[in-house]
Design a binder for this molecule. Structure first.
Ligand SMILES: Cc1ncc(COP(=O)(O)O)c(C=O)c1O
Length: 339
C-alpha cells in the first residue's frame, strides 16, 4: 500500500485488503467468507438488479487516543438493515452475523483505519441484495450480504462550515406510504436529479418536502433535518424519511444537556422562526445550513450570518464527535471496541 495521506483523503472509495461475504441459499446463511476481490459474480436476472431488492447501511469505525478502534451504535445499523430487508421482502441478516461481519471487515483492514486526530475514519458499508434469478416480479429465493470498508476523509476539510441548501419542488425522493423509511437504493436513485440540480446551481444540498402537500420538511438530501428554536431541538416526524442514527443520538445528547426535543411535522414556513438549522448523518455528523432558498415561493431563509455554525449546533457536534473519538466519556454506552 502506498502510504495514505490521511489529512487529504476524499470522501470516496479506496480499495482495502478484504471484504466479508455470506450467501443465503436453501433458506439459510452460509458461514462468513473473506474475499480480496472487489467484484461480485451476479446473475443477470438477479432481483437486486431488476426489482430493486437491495438495501445497505453506512457506519464508521473510529481510532481513539488509546489506540483502540470503536464502532458507533452498530446494533442500530443491524436493526435498520432488518427493517429495510422486511420492507422489500429480503432475507434478514441476524444481528450476530452482522456484528461478526462488520468486526471482521474492520479487523482484517486494520491498517486502513485512520489515526486518531486525523479527522478521517473508516467507513463501513454493509450491503444486502437479491441475488437469485427471477423474471416475474417476486422476491428472490437467494440473497448476498457483503461488508466492505474504505477510509474516508473528514466531510469538512477546513472545519465545520455552513452550506447553502435548495428546496426541491420538482422531484420527490419517496412517496408517503412508499420506501422512504428504508435504506434502499431506489430512494437514492430517485433523489439524484434533485441533488445534482442543486449542485449544478451552486448549492451544497437539497431539502425535500413532503410528497403529498409540499408543506412540510422531509429530509435534507442523504441526511435528516433539524432546527433549533430557543432551547428546543426540533426534527421532522414523517412517514417518508430514514430514521437517522445520528439524529437519534443528537436528540439524546440534546436532552442530556437540558434542551427540549420535539419530533413533529415541521412546516416550511417555520424555517423563518429557527435560530439554527442543519442536516445530520453519519457522513458529516452535522452539516450546518447557512441559507435555504425556495425557488418555488422565492423565499430565502438565512442563518449563521457571521459564517459560523450556531452555538447549539457546535455544542451537539462536539459532544457527539467527542464520544465517537473517545475524547468524551461515553455515558450512553454507544461505543463497542473492535477486539
Ligand atoms: C436518506 C438518508 N437520511 C438520513 C441519513 C442519516 O442517517 P444516519 O445518521 O444513520 O447515517 C442518511 C445516511 O445514512 C440517509 O441516506
Amino acid at each position: 500500500m502506498d502510504s495514505i495521506d490521511w489529512k487529504c483523503l476524499p470522501f470516496g472509495y479506496i480499495k482495502t485488503d478484504y471484504n466479508v461475504r455470506s450467501y443465503f441459499r436453501d433458506g439459510k446463511w452460509s458461514k462468513l467468507e473473506l474475499s480480496t476481490s472487489e467484484y461480485l459474480n451476479v446473475h443477470m436476472a438477479a432481483t437486486g438488479l431488476h426489482y430493486g431488492q437491495e438495501a445497505f447501511e453506512g457506519m464508521k469505525a473510529y481510532k481513539g487516543s488509546d489506540g483502540k478502534i470503536r464502532l458507533f451504535r452498530w446494533e442500530e445499523n443491524a436493526q435498520r438493515l432488518i427493517f429495510s430487508a422486511k420492507g422489500v421482502m429480503m432475507a434478514e441478516v441476524p444481528p450476530t452475523m452482522f456484528r461478526e461481519a462488520v468486526m471482521t471487515a474492520v479487523r482484517k483492514n486494520e491498517r486502513f483505519v485512520p489515526p486518531y486526530g486525523s479527522g478521517a475514519t473508516l467507513y463501513i458499508r454493509p450491503l444486502l441484495f437479491g441475488s437469485g434469478a427471477e423474471v416475474g416480479v417476486k422476491p428472490a429465493k437467494e440473497y448476498d450480504f457483503v461488508v466492505f470498508v474504505t477510509p474516508v476523509g473528514p466531510y469538512f476539510k477546513g472545519g465545520i462550515r455552513p452550506v447553502e441548501t435548495l428546496i426541491t419542488r420538482e422531484y420527490d425522493r419517496a412517496a408517503p406510504l412508499g420506501t422512504g423509511r428504508l435504506k434502499v437504493g431506489g430512494n437514492y436513485a430517485a433523489s439524484l436529479r434533485a441533488i445534482i440540480k442543486a449542485r449544478d446551481e451552486g448549492y451544497g444540498n437539497t431539502l425535500f418536502l413532503d410528497a403529498r402537500e409540499k408543506k412540510y420538511i422531509d429530509e435534507c438530501g442523504p441526511a435528516n433535518f433539524f432546527g433549533i428554536k430557543g432551547n428546543t431541538y426540533i426534527t421532522p416526524k414523517s412517514e417518508s424519511i430514514l430514521a437517522s442514527i445520528t439524529n437519534k443520538s443528537l436528540m439524546q445528547i440534546a436532552e442530556s444537556i437540558g434542551m427540549k426535543v420535539e419530533v413533529r411535522p415541521v412546516l416550511v414556513d417555520e424555517l423563518s422562526a429557527f435560530d439554527e438549522v442543519g442536516a445530520c448523518g453519519t457522513a458529516a455528523v452535522i452539516s450546518p445550513i447557512g441559507k435555504i432558498v425556495d425557488t418555488g415561493t422565492k423565499a430565502v431563509y438565512e442563518f449563521c450570518k457571521n459564517g459560523e455554525p450556531g452555538p447549539y449546533t457546535m455544542k451537539l457536534y462536539k459532544q457527539l464527535t467527542g464520544i465517537q473519538s473517545g475524547d468524551v466519556e461515553d455515558t450512553f454506552g454507544w461505543m463497542t471496541v473492535v477486539e
